[in-house]
Design a protein around this ligand. Structure first.
Ligand code: BTN
Length: 260
């Protein structure tokens, strides 16, 4: 069946969704280029805190570092518009709150115990199940809006080149996962974690994130624009930067981690 890119969304309140902010309104599209792009346009036009854009298919799904994000039917591809009153340097905390929500929501529906690989990849048995791309529109002292884009491999097929490092909930459970209960559980867990960000309880986020981390305590290799650092990941600091020790102490703001 051929489907057209939709410019019309179905606006809905999700029945029984128990959240304060996240999911205040949900806009569902059959097919978009990228939910992050649509969400940014809506945010610029004044969309309120917590509006969610979700699509069945993305034709130009994007990942971190300008990578392509494969987004066929059967996955959960969505973006949340947020207006947190926090300084831009705390932006990483938002993504951490989202990854906490993903771990808790997925665990609630499947009983699987996902882990977080720094910065915010959600893994099951060391294979990536979920990625998060946060984009911000900010001034020096405040965030105008943030769009937190989340992609979860649920019942979709994985492209051949992703099968070694990635997985789906269908594969892990051996059965199809009901999408609406999963979506609700995830939005509800994210909402609780976002509430802590709104209350400036960054310590809660850092402790909770660390309890789900598969990175802390591991021997790692981190590559970023500045080269490669090899050492032990000992923790994260109050801005979500990874602390790696190799004799010296390094504070890593961005990069890709490999476990050694
Ligand atoms: C990553 O590289 O790990 C981040 C992937 C983020 C993918 C999601 S899918 C929904 C939203 N729209 C996009 O284009 N990207 C994010």
């Amino acid at each position: 069946m051929e489907r057209k890119m939709s410019s019309v969304s179905r606006k809905m309140k999700m029945d029984g969704l128990d959240t304060n902010i996240v999911g205040s309104e949900v806009r569902h599209f059959e097919m978009v280029s990228s939910t992050n792009l649509v969400a940014k346009e809506l945010a610029k036009k004044g969309a309120e805190d917590g509006v969610v854009v979700v699509a069945d298919v993305q034709t130009e799904g994007r990942g971190r570092k300008e990578r392509k994000w494969s987004s066929p039917e059967g996955g959960l591809w969505f973006s949340v518009i947020l207006h947190p009153k926090i300084p831009p340097q705390k932006g990483a905390i938002l993504t951490m709150a989202a990854s906490i929500g993903m771990v808790e929501g997925i665990d609630k529906i499947t009983g699987l115990k996902p882990k977080i690989k720094w910065p915010n990849d959600v893994l099951i048995k060391e294979k990536k199940i979920c990625g998060i791309l946060t984009e911000m529109d900010a001034k020096t002292d405040r965030i105008n809006f943030a769009v937190v884009g989340i992609g979860i491999n649920v019942n979709n097929k994985l492209e051949a080149d992703l099968r070694e490092r990635g997985t789906t909930l269908l594969k892990e459970m051996g059965t199809k996962i009901p999408m609406v209960p999963l979506f609700k559980a995830i939005l509800e867990s994210f909402d609780k974690a976002y509430g802590k960000v709104v209350d400036n309880d960054y310590d809660f986020i850092i402790k909770k994130w660390s309890s789900f981390s598969s990175t802390i305590g591991r021997k790692v290799e981190v590559s970023n624009g500045n080269g490669i650092i090899k050492g032990i990941a000992t923790g994260i600091d109050e801005d979500g930067c990874l602390i790696v020790k190799d004799g010296e102490t390094h504070r890593v703001t961005s990069g890709d981690v490999n476990y050694l």
